[in-house]
Design a protein around this ligand. Structure first.
Ligand code: AMP
Ligand code: MG
Length: 510
């Protein structure tokens, strides 16, 4: 009876009337001492409008996606209302920016609203970025412009689809307010999700103050969230450091395998979770060149593509330094323990990278000469301006036989220069067990057809910012959600920029 009666009630109407926004917050960071953060409420905005809600992610997090899509939901995502259970706070942190230590940075335009435990049992932060000023804002306005918000949305979601550990985008909301940068731009708020927002710089903040008690509490908190097994190790803090080192070695290897350039690898933009964070001037390289830099503020090329492993190791050394007081009973043993954990970086990175490159070349076994084979291809690519992504993708087609080689050669200014390498590769493939078809499939599952190409990212952001046309953003988001599939109609996402389309500079836009 009841069920039949229900059928005649227009459900959407009933739902929108009854549904109260309730988020299953379970906050742990806000239980840490007051000096870890500043409690700040988001500043309301005049006309919030939902641009995009990541329904799949909301569900993964155990959130009610439909409720987030109501006016109350959007009010939360815009920072206009604080749902029950939220405990908004701006996290304190320090950081080395381009090698210079800044003892206090902190969330100047972001607020941690709270944590939720997802369907997978994993605890995650929900942060609003662009939600107004905080005590850490310095001279900034605490706001974010629409372009950079959409940029982070697009690229972080593309990274997730490519299988790279990353913060995620839960929603983007236009504020209806203007922000002043070099010119007046529409404002927006990004709802960002992360395994945590604890950075190398968070540890540096307390280390720089000689606040040992806070350092220990922070380390224990991070261990509980990211390295629960370390708690049982003979030296839990060393085990934690070693865990961060391995995660970041794996991460930077994934970046290199995809041609990704982070662009601002400051220690405040380096997580201890091993997730990629802070999509400012990041970009994917097209023509292969290890010296590639996109960021307009990276004058010295500190964060160039090929420098990323070295810089990550440097950042991890800063984490080790900050943790020193916890790492041993005396200075000597602390230093030895720090060095032991840091020494894990090189071998782990080299192995992860070689394994990754073997997969990219369609190799399932390991042979001694493989590093030479990999370097050989990269050398020819570098000398010929070959598109990084397409070279590996088309190599997958060439795995089927020599007829598949023409499109691959087309990517090289001197197509003939690839011949000796192709001969070496084919000889190497003779020692492989897979059939050509299986090899191609495996290669296509690891070498994407689609990456966020800079010129298309810029075009999508421009359409949104200048004309409030979100169609290119939406289309690109959909294209990048399945990066290993060559879908009809999406051909333009697979091609490098024509010379006149190339975008060689990217901006933080903060
Ligand atoms: P980022 O370049 O995004 O990693 O930010 C570096 C530091 O500058 C962090 O402490 C940010 O919170 C702060 N920041 C960046 N943009 C703004 C802004 N518009 N208002 C206030 N603080 C900002
Ligand atoms: Mg940052």
């Amino acid at each position: 009876m009841v069920d039949r009666h229900r059928d005649v009630i227009p459900m959407s109407h009933a739902q929108s009337q009854d549904r109260v926004l309730s988020l299953p917050f379970d906050n742990s960071y806000s239980r840490l001492p007051e000096r870890f953060y500043a409690r700040v409420e988001p500043s309301p905005v005049s006309a919030p409008r939902l641009i995009r809600l990541n329904t799949a992610l909301a569900e993964q997090l155990g959130l009610d996606a439909e409720a987030l899509n109501t006016p109350e939901g959007v009010a939360f995502l815009a920072g206009n209302s604080i749902p029950a259970g939220a405990a908004p706070l701006a996290m304190a942190y320090a950081g080395h920016q381009f090698g210079q230590f800044v003892p206090q940075l902190g969330d100047g335009r972001a607020l941690l609203m709270g944590e939720v435990v997802g369907r997978d049992g994993q605890r995650r932060d929900i942060q609003l970025k662009g939600s107004g000023p905080t005590p850490f804002s310095r001279r900034g306005d605490g706001r974010a412009a629409l372009g950079p918000v959409l940029r982070e949305y697009l690229i972080s979601e593309a990274m997730a689809a490519l299988g790279v550990p990353t913060t995620r985008a839960l929603a983007a909301v236009a504020t209806g307010e203007a922000v002043l940068r070099e010119r007046v731009l529409p404002g927006a708020v990004l709802a960002r999700v992360a395994a945590s927002h604890i950075r190398v710089g968070t540890f540096q903040y307390f280390a720089a103050r000689g606040d040992l008690e806070a350092l220990r509490l922070l380390a224990d908190h991070a261990i509980a969230r990211h390295d629960p097994a370390a708690a049982d190790a003979s030296n839990p803090y060393q085990a934690f450091l070693a865990g961060v080192v391995l995660r970041q070695a794996d991460l930077v290897s994934r970046w290199l395998e995809l041609g990704f350039i982070h662009g601002v690898m400051n220690t405040d933009n380096t997580t201890v979770s091993g997730e990629t964070i802070d999509y400012g001037p990041c970009a994917f390289m097209e023509g292969f060149d290890p010296a590639t830099v996109f960021s307009s503020i990276d004058y010295a090329g500190r964060y160039a593509y090929g420098n990323q492993p070295r810089i990550m190791h440097w950042n991890l050394a800063r984490l080790a330094e900050a943790l020193l007081p916890l790492l041993g009973e005396d200075e000597d043993s602390a230093l030895a323990n720090a060095q032991e954990a840091l020494a894990g970086f090189g071998p782990r990175f080299e192995q992860a990278w070689l394994d990754g490159m073997r997969r990219k070349l369609g190799l399932t076994t390991a042979q001694e000469d493989d590093p030479t084979l990999v370097e050989g291809l990269l050398n020819v690519m570098g000398g010929n301006g070959a598109d990084f992504t397409l070279t590996f993708r088309r190599l997958g087609d060439a795995a089927m036989g020599e007829t598949g080689e023409a499109a691959l050669r087309d990517l090289f200014t001197d197509p003939a220069s690839l011949t000796p390498w192709l001969q070496d590769w084919r000889r190497r493939l003779e020692r492989e067990p897979l059939t050509p078809q299986a090899r191609r499939d495996a290669m296509h599952a690891t070498n994407p057809a689609l990456i966020p190409r800079n010129h298309l990212v810029e075009a999508a952001l421009e359409a949104a910012t200048e004309r409030l046309d979100f169609a290119p953003f939406e289309e690109m988001l959909d294209a990048l959600s399945r990066p290993f599939e060559e879908r009809l109609g999406l051909e333009r996402y697979m091609l490098p920029a024509a010379p006149q389309e190339r975008v060689l500079r990217t901006f933080c836009g903060t």
